[in-house]
Design a protein around this ligand. Sequence first.
Ligand SMILES: NC(=O)c1ccc[n+]([C@@H]2O[C@H](COP(=O)([O-])OP(=O)(O)OC[C@H]3O[C@@H](n4cnc5c(N)ncnc54)[C@H](O)[C@@H]3O)[C@@H](O)[C@H]2O)c1
Length: 325
Amino acid sequence: MMPGAWKQSHDVEGRFNTLVPRLGEGPLFAIADARVLELHPHVRKALSRPNVTLVALRAGEAAKSLRTLELLTRRALALPRKLTVLAVGGGTIGDVATVFAHTFKRGVGRLVHVPTTLLAAVDSSVGGKGALNVAGAKNVLGVFHAADEAWLCREVFTTLSEAQLREGRLEAWKMVVTLDARRWVQWRVKLPNDAEVIRVSRALKNALVDSDPYETKGLRAALNFGHTFGHVIESLSGYRVRHGEAVGLGMLYALDLGVRQGVTPQALAADLERVLPVKRARLTQWLAPKYRARAQALLAADKKSGWVLLKSPGHVSMLPFGTAA
Ligand SMILES: NC(=O)c1ccc[n+]([C@@H]2O[C@H](COP(=O)([O-])OP(=O)(O)OC[C@H]3O[C@@H](n4cnc5c(N)ncnc54)[C@H](O)[C@@H]3O)[C@@H](O)[C@H]2O)c1
């Protein structure tokens, strides 16, 4: 099988140091969030082995760059292609590690994700996508490269702030409202604990990606709900608005557009807005006329062909760009 060919994520739970021996004695290239190494010394300790090359990166959108890809490649130059890449971090570390795993010597032997943010656990470490930002435009270079395993190490989530947890929950709400009408009804009454939020979100995303692993059938569109304007906000803010919050604001924008277009029922929009942990006031500033031209340019650079609108719980529809203001 081609390295990185689509397969559903094989999830393993446990403390990080108890899982490392699963990787064996072969060459291991570990790409880790420097902050996670500081906060969780047992992670660094478990990686202090002769067969491990550890590269610590500062997380954030700046890490998703060609510069980082070059740095990783230089550090790995003498290593063989048949290499295990271990990505320990949030979505930005996971994205750049995925691009590295796909491109280093035309594809490494094995890729293992260890998501350390709730957002990465519910979303970015499932589905096989990795991407880099170029010239301020988000995710414009990217690959499909499915991970061989994902490790869910609950102890690392204990150092996440409330704001970081909210970002993960926003992506989880996106998954449930667009893909699972039954769960939407249940979650509206009471959001389950984070372990269940992770389990459900990963299962929903795995199943959806399985039906369209390389995005050739348009079936993955639901995953982009809130992302079109979300990416615009991220870029306009110079990435000061973080991805999870930007997606939350993007969902509000998509709800407004959906209601205006007669696609999204008003009551559904109000219900979703009520449960989303994001403030509408934070959206208004990005709609100011001074941002309009740049927003249009960013939309033109967007890979997506249109807006993802919510039709009913579990169902989305597309509105091509240019159809609506
Ligand atoms: N590939 C995909 O399918 C996909 C899907 C969704 C999002 N994404 C991408 O994911 C990125 C956002 O991911 P993110 O929100 O995880 O960002 P991130 O990787 O920048 O992490 C956010 C912050 O959390 C810190 N952090 C990480 N783990 C921590 C821990 N355990 N305790 C305390 N702090 C910790 C990081 O150091 C960083 O400061 C975006 O670039 C987005 O485009 C990709």
